[in-house]
Design a protein around this ligand. Structure first.
Ligand SMILES: NC(=O)c1ccc[n+]([C@@H]2O[C@H](COP(=O)([O-])OP(=O)(O)OC[C@H]3O[C@@H](n4cnc5c(N)ncnc54)[C@H](OP(=O)(O)O)[C@@H]3O)[C@@H](O)[C@H]2O)c1
Length: 205
């Protein structure tokens, strides 16, 4: 699958690497193609660098892992993305896009893509390594397109997560951002450190 990675820092870099290992073709979408964070990602297989517009046009799936407030600007830059899947991994902890509660809402309003919230609820280290040895972490997603969630769920498993739980439709996106704050609270404010993650368990009947 052709995947654009817009935002090639901690989160974008981790997922670009996991998906390139899974034999996807990765189009890094950056502001300046000769000088960008995550240049080492070009050493990964099937990975090339492009403008945001070119990366988005070449891809079927577009991961956004940038500051959330630039979502409207990215929506304009990406051009026509009708029918593509945008996966929004951002969190509006410090700032939201002007006029929208989250980047998800901006992409849903400003593009004709199927927008899914995912990969926002855990630290990037857990995206580099979701396998804790005795247990493999889970991921969570929300969005209104079942087809796009099926694609996103497969990509979460290809990134190494055990399962990607469906939190529901677009009305659950804010809940997923609050879920992210729960991880941040434990890891940072309660001092547990970033090597923690979430796993859903179900009683056997
Ligand atoms: N860090 C985590 O553990 C974590 C976990 C879950 C979710 N998140 C969320 O994921 C998002 C990214 O976090 P991060 O830690 O990966 O941040 P980061 O390492 O600072 O990376 C942000 C990336 O966005 C790029 N960017 C900024 N403005 C851009 C623009 N106009 N066009 C194209 N690219 C642009 C930056 O490029 P330049 O450096 O060239 O500006 C950089 O590559 C945030 O919304 C964060 O809340 C983070």
């Amino acid at each position: 699958m052709n995947i654009a990675i817009i935002g090639t820092g901690n989160v974008g870099g981790a997922l670009a690497t996991q998906w390139s290992k899974a034999a996807h073709t990765i189009f890094l979408g950056v502001k300046e193609v000769t000088d960008f964070k995550g240049k080492h990602l070009l050493q990964n297989p099937h990975t090339s660098v492009h403008t945001v517009a070119d990366a988005a046009q070449q891809a079927e799936v577009i991961l956004v892992a940038t500051p959330p407030q630039i979502a409207p600007q990215l929506a304009a830059q990406m051009g026509n993305v009708a029918g593509k899947v945008i996966i929004d991994a951002t969190n509006t902890i410090n700032a939201s896009p002007e006029g929208y509660p989250t980047a998800f809402h901006a992409f849903a309003a400003l593009t004709k893509a199927e927008v899914i919230k995912c990969f926002n609820t855990t630290g990037f280290e857990n995206m580099q390594q979701p396998d804790y040895g005795h247990v493999v972490l889970d991921m969570m997603m929300a969005g209104s397109s079942e087809q796009a969630k099926a694609i996103t769920g497969r990509l979460a498993q290809e990134a190494g997560f055990a399962h990607c739980y469906d939190f529901g439709k677009a009305d659950k996106v804010v809940l997923l951002e609050q879920f992210a704050l729960s991880w941040i609270n434990l890891a940072i404010f309660q001092g547990m450190g970033r090597d923690i993650g979430f796993k859903l368990v179900r009683r056997q009947t």
